[in-house]
Design a binder for this molecule. Sequence first.
Ligand code: UTP
Ligand code: MG
Length: 571
Amino acid sequence: MHKREPPSGEESSRSNSPSLYPERPAKRTRLSFSNGWPESNDETIKVHIIQAKLDASTISELFFLIERQRAEQLAASSSLKRMFELRNDPLEADVIVTAVRMRKRLERHVSWDLAQQKALVLPQWLRNSVKQGYPAPCADYAALRELHGETEENCPDEECGTSLPCASTPQSRATSAIVGPLQAPVPPNLKYTAHYSCARACPLVCINQDLIEELEVIRRSRELEGLDRNALSYERGIAAIKSYPKRVTPETFHEVTTLPYLGEKLCFKVNEFIKTGTIPEAREIATSERYRALAAITTVYGIGPATARTLYDKGVRTIEHLESYYDVSSDGDASNLDTFDAVTPNGRPIPQQDPPDLPIKVALALRKDFEIKIPRAEVEEMHDVVMRELFAIQPGCKSMIVGGYRRGKLESNDVDIVICPPKAEDIDEVKGLCAKLVKCLHDKALVTNVMHLSGFHTHDPFRLRNFDSLEKALTVFVLPPDGKRKRVHRRLDLIFALPESYWTAIIGWTGSKMFQRDLRLWAKVEKGMKFDSSGLNRRYDSKLFYPKSEKDVFDILGLDWVDPTLRNADA
Ligand code: UTP
Ligand code: MG
């Protein structure tokens, strides 16, 4: 069912073989549509939310989660997910989401008799379930200790054995402790106690994902405040917990404290989480005006934490404020734009304006599109379109979809493709291929904007100058119209790598960020080597290595193979 062996160095124009992942049964794909909205069916998971003990922002967050998932199902006709639907009447629900943890208090909202017939879970169950696209094991999120058994029994993930990989069965827990949908089994040689995250197995969604989400709020706030060292400590702690295969409980707490990078402060927070199900500091941050404003402002492509803080100091609190600040209409219609790169989505040339402001203006107008995640089928469709165009310019290129897609994400924020031109005697023969492809895609109105374009340079092992063996284009892409639905603007990163840096580029751009960071650190500290996307060399004599496969890179670095779906060391 799962691909156990690492990919060989063999070339393929479609390296992301579907056989890597289990086939999903037809049952999971049955969605019917009426009046533009998917109708509920047997597969729809009906959710009732008890609002008591939830603050207003959490209530709206949970409602929004469900509504957004329904909207995205419609937009993408996603076939990989189960749909969640709200029910006002708890009697009609499969799952009751509640923060109430005491029987007496619960009985003010639901009779005990009814509660015993449902799965009663904490709000994090909904967050994790929507994120992964099918119900997480309810027992792990049981709201009431007394109803743990009933919650497990009534959980709507009952058919795990015959369909999606599922962590609710003891067998699957024992073998992988994985809650994520698309991933390889954890090989026994990858120990969760390993110091470097590139030597551990990190699933996309782990068994302590609710704890991870809490820690991520604190990490993100440190990053937004420019406290990078502190943010990195949280990032490392998160990566360590991500690979820990047991649920954090009073019983496992002692072992958790022995994990790499789990210092006193982090352990204190884990302990708070074990006792209360939340981390007070994370809750406080998440509801603060400053955090909400900085987080919202940085969702706009091109605005980093430092700019966001400056904007905040100028009074910007919301996207709407930002739109007034940059004088952009809030209709989110990207076709009204004056783009800095000279074309609208329909290919009409338009005038250039003041460059420093324009990228943010473009990003602001495109933000609604960028917020819509890209389902795997669309990622593959984009890859096919790009490679068809490339073939017409330069036959014989090989390629791989990397980034979150390759790590098993059901939905990505952007599409990352690494492309390798055929071997050439002279670098000049393949120089500029990236720019040529982008121009061709632009001429066909497939690429609407180019945020960054850089070219090949000769490999410079000393890195004295800013040379690169990669050509890169960071673009905005729209699929050709298909007559059925409105096409969404997508971010597309194209990375051209010369044959000698193809496999390092694939590892670098597959990520995750933390996995890559630790790979570089491992190479430097443990092996006296320099690794990054553009190549691999030995530090003391600058000897260059030419890996023939991804596995070859791991071998040269003296590391055990880690399947891409187990490289999710970030939250
Ligand atoms: P992304 O930012 O695309 O993230 O970077 P992602 O993991 O694919 O997830 P999405 O897109 O948000 O769904 C992919 C990987 O590429 C590397 C990073 O290691 C990252 O993990 N990367 C990204 C670079 O090496 N350089 C860059 O400039 C950007
Ligand atoms: Mg990506």
